[in-house]
Design a binder for this molecule. Sequence first.
Ligand code: KIV
Ligand code: ZN
Length: 385
Amino acid sequence: MRRVEIFDTTLRDGEQSPGISLSVEEKVEIAHQLARLKVDVIEAGFPITSEGDFESVSRIASEVKGPRIAGLARIHEADIERAWEAVQWSSRPRIHTFVGTSDLHIEHQMRSNKGEILAGADRAVRHAKSLCENVEFSPMDATRTEIGFLSEVVAAAVEAGADVINIADTVGYTTPVEFSRFLTELQERVPELKNRILSVHCHDDLGLAVANSLAGVGVGARQIEVAVNGIGERAGNASLEEVVMALATRSDHYGTEVGVDTRQLANTSRMVSNVTGYEVPPNKAVVGRNAFLHESGIHQDGVLKDRRTFEIMTPKDIGLEGTNIFLGKHSGRHALKDALEELGYTLEGEVLKRAFVRFKEIADHKKTVTAADLEAIAADEVGSF
Ligand code: KIV
Ligand code: ZN
């Protein structure tokens, strides 16, 4: 089994979500939860951008044990030094340096040229490596970069000592098949990459961030960059919980393993949602409110007999307890009987039949039948028995 490392960027790229601004205390609290979740790397922030970011990266580096702690830096000397000042307190620090490599970024954003970018990447990685034992290099907008130039930049970063090469789909432009081919060709052109960790960082502009990240794993990526609940710039980053549960549930397919404690996923998602104010959509995979709820009678009947009939993972796997049956107008008598039993009422035969008729009447008028509704039905029917 190949180990895939989970690099969490909730506190850096995730915090770049419009409207999210976290205090130092909130970031430290989230970082402790990420350590309980056992992610491999926490990208704690971008130290040069503000005093607050510098302080939170420094605090996380000194207080949070377990994961490697990374700080982001452009290829400028001052950025790299500031990142090092902040992450140096960790027993496992990382400097993560990046530069745009596509023509669009080089010409229109940085108003530079390929020669300068190549020399800048080489210089930055050497400088970072002289300060910190562990360095990650990201060519930004890599998936829209001409592969010949990308290979030159990646080869230079590897030669300069980068431990991790992170291929960023910065604007969520690529597709799974295209990304697999692109990464395969890159590895053929830069064979030295096999002695480094190949990483992927995918954005969700076309809703493909998770699929693209998994396509990366399929062709050799050993690190995936993700954010809790998929938060991040614009449409966000690949969602941590979806990537992790895909790898955990389909380890047979990917031939990989992850170190994350999946039973901490529900907690972590809830905490990040509360702290950021970004709600989790009810139908979101893995951590959405409905992810393990079964409404239709046929599904409920199957799950009550053997949950594997309609569940590929269990609520327990992500740390949730309790019932997974949603009582609504599509529910059957079997589900009603079970829910009543959980409330302490055992109804059989004619009494159950009458209770079921009343339940359907209520379900026709209300979206959700609550425990209070069931109590009322059961108390009446048991009383009239
Ligand atoms: O999306 C991106 O390119 C980034 C880099 C800093 C890795 O977030
Ligand atoms: Zn990003």
